[in-house]
Design a protein around this ligand. Sequence first.
Ligand SMILES: [Mg+2]
Length: 425
Amino acid sequence: MDRREFLGVASTATLALALIPAVFSEDESRSALGSRSPKKADRSKVKIDRIDLFPMRYPMTGYFKFFSGPHGSAGRAAVIVKIMTDDGTVGWGQSVPIAKWSYETLETATVVMRDYFAPVLIGRDPTDIQGAHAEMDRAIAPGFTTGMPISRAGIDLALHDLTGKLSGKSLAQMWDKPKGGPITLSWTVNVTSLDDIGSVMDLGKKRGYRHFNIKVAPDPDFDVALAKEVRRFLPKSFLWADANGGYDTEKALKAAPRLADAGVDVLEAPLRPNQISGYQALKKQGALPILMDEGVVSPIDLEEFFKLGMLDGVAMKPARCGGLVSNKRQIELCQRCNLIWLGSGLTDPEISLAATLGLYGAFGLKKPAALNGPQFLTADVLKKPLRIKNGIAYLPDGPGLGIQVSEEKVVELMKQSGGQKWRIS
Ligand SMILES: [Mg+2]
C-alpha cells in the first residue's frame, strides 16, 4: 500500500467511524437497501429531477506549472456534478478546469453548468446522452469547436454514470467492449532547474513508476538536457515530451530532431493548435511522431486536422473533449485511420480519473498514460479510493463509472475551499 492508498483508507475509516448514521445520503441509503432502482418496466420513464454542483479545489503537492498564481496555487479546481433522477438514482461527474491550461475556470464552469447546461437537462431522459449534448449545443453555441468542453465533460460523465447505474452496466459493457486494463501510469517531470530532475524522478520511482513524461518548451537547450538526463536514468522507458504549445514553428523544427536524438519517443503539442502550417511542417519533417492535445475538442476537429496532415496522433483526455461521447469517437477515429493515440488527462481527480480509466481500458490502451492526478492531488472524495499501486491504475468495477462517491467528503472539501453548493431543479 503506498502513501496515497494508506491515507485514503485511513480517512475513509475515520469518516465511517465518526459519521455512521450520516455516511449514506438519502438516495445511497435506499440503494444500500436494494430499493434504489425502479421496476425494470419503469426505467424508460425515469427523468432527470435535479442537478447539484459542488465547486471546490483539491489540495496538491509538488510543482506543476499549471497550478501557480493566485488561483492555481489555491489547489486543483473542480466542479463535482451530481445528477439525480425522479426515482432517486444518482450519477456523479466532474468538470476539471485549469485556467492556465485553457480558458475555462472554476467560476465559469460553475456558472455555465448552473445557468446554461443544467436547466435544459431537467425533465429529460438521462440515458439520452446524445440528446443532452444537442441541448447543451443549443444552450451554448460552439465557437471554432464545441463550447465550454471542460465544463460539459462533468455533465457527460454524470450521465454515463447514471445510465450505467440504471442499466447495471459498466462503461465497457455499455460500449460492448471488454473491461481491459490495468493502465500503467507515467510520472510527470516538470522542473525549472536541471538540478531538480533527480529528486522529482526519485519520488516517482519510490512510488513504483517506471515511465516518465517531461514538460518541455520554450527553451530547446534546456529541453534536450532534460530529455537526456531522464533517458540516462531509464534507458528503456517510454519517454514522452509535451510542449503544451510552447514553441514557435522555427524553434519546434529545430527542437524535434534534437529531442529525438536525446531519446524522446513522441512530441506532443509543440505549437498552439491554430498553427496549422507549422504542424504540417513538423509532420513532414518526421523527426518525431507529432501528437496534438490542446485544440482537439470534437471528433470533427480531429478528422479535419488529420486530413490536413497536421498530426501522427493524439493525446486523449475526455475532460478536454466534452466527455466520453466525444473522446470515444476520437479513439475510434484513430483506430480507423492508424493514428497513434495515447492516454493523457488534466491532472484528473478521482471521478474524472475513473471515467478516463474506464475509457482507456475498454479501448485497450497499452502505452503508459500521463494521468498525473495521483501524483499531484492529496485528497479524494470516494468511499473507497481507486486502486493505484506501483504506478499501475486498476480499473474500478461496477455499474457506471464503478465508483462510490462520499457526499460527506464532497461537501467537506467544498467547504474547506470556500465553495458553495448549487441545486438546479
Ligand atoms: Mg498535453
